[in-house]
Design a binder for this molecule. Structure first.
Ligand code: FES
Length: 162
């Protein structure tokens, strides 16, 4: 196993989900995250899931991450409500004291976007690691000159349970 693959198997792989400039701040929209182009949903299969063939990977809601910017903060969360697995891409983002939350459209449960804590029971929203990286330099007027950054996400190892 090469060093990179060994590192990924221990810490999880990072995935580029786009450029920071591709994520308009959804706090400027009156309907929150709901079906806005500023929110991206990506399928990223769990690493080394022995139950899934390669053909089936990335097809389920449990593999999806929802990425968006709200009030200047980038967020990456499971696209699956912890209550009953409804897609959170249909949820709405709202302000709370010192932060923000997302309300699931299905039954109205709410989750803190900075801690994952839910407002009912012991259900917790899974938060992904997120990192902004400088774009590699290239020949033309690119991200390095505009100050744009690459947005990378990683499923934390604690969320690898199959
Ligand atoms: S499925 Fe989200 S609150 Fe019930």
């Amino acid at each position: 196993m090469d060093i990179q693959k060994e590192q990924e198997s221990k810490e999880g792989a990072w995935h580029k989900v786009g450029m920071l400039s591709e994520f308009p701040d959804i706090s400027h929209e009156s309907i929150g995250c709901k079906i806005l182009p500023g929110c991206k949903t990506k399928s990223i299969p769990k690493p080394q899931d022995p139950k899934k063939s390669k053909a089936n990977r990335g097809s389920g809601l449990e593999d999806q991450v929802r990425v968006f910017k709200h009030k200047g903060f980038m967020h990456a969360i499971d696209n699956q409500c912890p209550h009953s697995s409804f897609p959170l891409k249909q949820g709405s983002v709202f302000d709370i004291e010192d932060g923000a939350g997302i309300r699931c459209f299905r039954h109205g449960w709410q989750f803190d976007l900075f801690t994952g804590t839910g407002d009912r029971g012991s259900h917790t929203l899974n938060l992904w690691d997120i990192e902004l990286r400088n774009a590699p330099a290239s020949g033309s007027m690119e991200a390095s000159e505009t100050g744009d950054k690459e947005v990378w996400v990683r499923r934390p190892p604690s969320l690898w349970a199959f």
